[in-house]
Design a protein around this ligand. Sequence first.
Ligand SMILES: NC(=O)c1ccc[n+]([C@@H]2O[C@H](COP(=O)([O-])OP(=O)(O)OC[C@H]3O[C@@H](n4cnc5c(N)ncnc54)[C@H](OP(=O)(O)O)[C@@H]3O)[C@@H](O)[C@H]2O)c1
Length: 409
Amino acid sequence: MKKKLSLGLFGFGCVGQGLHRVLSETLGLQTEIRKICIRHPEKPRSLPLEYFTTDRELLLNDPDIDIIVELIDDADTAFEIVRDALKRGKAVVTANKRMVANRLDELRELQQRYGRPVLYEGAVCGSIPIIRNLEEYYDNDFINRIEGIVNGSTNYILTKVTEEGKSYATALAEAQANGFAESDPRLDVGGYDPSFKLSILLTHAFGLRVRPEKIVRVGIDRLTAADLDYARAEHLRIKLVAGAYRFGDEVIALVAPKYVAEGHALYAVRNEFNAVSVEGLFAEEQLFVGKGAGGNPTGSAVLSDISALRYDYRYEYRKSAISTGLSFTEDALLDVSISADPSVRLSPSEFSRFKGGYRTKTSNRLEGEVRLSTLRDLTQREDISIILAPGAVPRPAKIAEKHVELETA
Ligand SMILES: NC(=O)c1ccc[n+]([C@@H]2O[C@H](COP(=O)([O-])OP(=O)(O)OC[C@H]3O[C@@H](n4cnc5c(N)ncnc54)[C@H](OP(=O)(O)O)[C@@H]3O)[C@@H](O)[C@H]2O)c1
């Protein structure tokens, strides 16, 4: 590859502009952005108009462009751009987690067929170099657990609401104004975005392909004032946690809000910061913390991918290639707290082991152990709020039930 890299950039929003800033200030990497493809030509831009086009073929057909950098907010069009770039022999860098999580099988097939790489570090946890670490550092370690705060927007909202007493609407508007939120904020607060990232992490950490819709997902959009009061009274914080846990040859994964106590690795992770805790069999626990959203942090991850392409770096998908014998399961149990308005009927029969509950003037709260499949059904109910208990880790039902049998024998 040439010493000076020629880039074709798709998207000049929060991340596209962040990348432009990062590229213009970095010293080590010589790059030239030849053209930027955007959607709305009438929007005012911070660069001369001759940089911009709405014609994607101008970039894809330019023989001098080495790398297509895809930073648009539309996953279907993003996939078409990436596919067409690979077909034309170009390497690709993208930050589009929705597109990567939904189309990973096709992306891997296209990389093989056309011999060009697709890198996507910016798609998971902004500036935290988690994918390359899973690919390179942990390639021969066995991951037992990967758990973290992987969405900057919801962590920002939860911090402002629980610690600063701001309203949910104000905190969301601030997250949007700061560029942390997805164009469609339901992707963040509904837990979809973390499920895209967890789906990608499952591939790189365990070699498992689990489509995002297969992951049980609870968002933060149903949290109640009573949940926040409870957290404050018990000196707990609420974090939206994405986690995958290996037990023997089975892996359980879910995205859900969780009460965390002081001393927990994620307790002090605030605002738009993300954190990923990785527990390897040999390396044991390591915590990666960094800004998970915003133009410059995500731009820095994209910059790192562009730089890696100088030496033709590509993901080897090592954990998928070596047969790990792992399988994904939903046959699991976990401890949760379910709350609702006092007028809503909550039944202990939802729990496989009911631990207790109480009713106040403002809320009705039940606690206990539920099956993950029951939790999936409960996520359909709009009138209840579900939060994992402090320290809750899902465990395979067959192991937990055996334990109870032994205890009661
Ligand atoms: N924001 C973050 O902190 C963050 C962090 C990690 C990953 N990401 C991912 O990075 C990507 C970009 O996010 P963003 O926050 O930068 O989005 P954004 O601020 O909404 O900007 C989106 C850009 O894409 C352009 N665009 C949309 N559809 C297009 C099309 N069909 N053809 C050409 N250009 C098109 C828009 O053009 P106009 O300017 O003409 O409207 C705009 O410049 C998304 O996949 C997002 O999930 C974002």
